[in-house]
Design a protein around this ligand. Sequence first.
Ligand SMILES: *Cc1c(COP(=O)(O)O)cnc(C)c1O
Length: 218
Amino acid sequence: MSIKQNLESIKASIPENVTLVAVSKTKPESDLMEAYNAGQRIFGENKIQEMVDKHASLPKDISWHMIGHVQRNKVKYMAPFVSLIHGVDSFKLLKEINKEAEKESRVIDCLIQIKIAEEDSKFGMAKTDAITMLQSEAFKQLQNVKITGVMGMATFTDDEVQVTAEFNRLKSVFDELKTINNHLEIISMGMSGDYELAINCGSNMIRVGSSIFGERNY
Ligand SMILES: *Cc1c(COP(=O)(O)O)cnc(C)c1O
């Protein structure tokens, strides 16, 4: 199937309120253009340099989402254009994003990444740390970032019971954080292998790569 056909079949299978982020990391610009010509406007990348390069040469009405782990010293390169940063996992990082957004006279939307997987390797904040951050005076001083939701990654496993439990956790963390900060709207969870499950658990933003563009060759 072509990229266009893949996109069309995914879009036909998800509810209208669910935003599809086309994860284009490692893929050539020609693949992104194929998706673009099929109507896709939101692309997700996990490396800042790669996103900066693609942003420079592709159409300017694309919304670029940074979905990977963010190094603080590279925030400045994406600050002029990034439309959503999914992986905010510390106050230090948020402060850096705020500083660079201020230089660009922008407000950058961010998601708090919550650790939901049992594996130790996954990044993310504990729920209690996220609550403490959202309630802190230091957080309220930041004028150039806006937390618009949460993001999470489930354990990489075929065990649907476990993945469902982890997705349900993220939904309940979202519900609790929303009582503190009512700007929260987005629950970014679900990838090629588990987005249907994620949507059933309350996801309204899915990050899908290989089901659109095919397997990645690293
Ligand atoms: C690569 C990646 C995805 C997409 O993965 P697929 O399995 O190819 O859909 C989603 N989220 C994050 C954070 C990723 O790094």
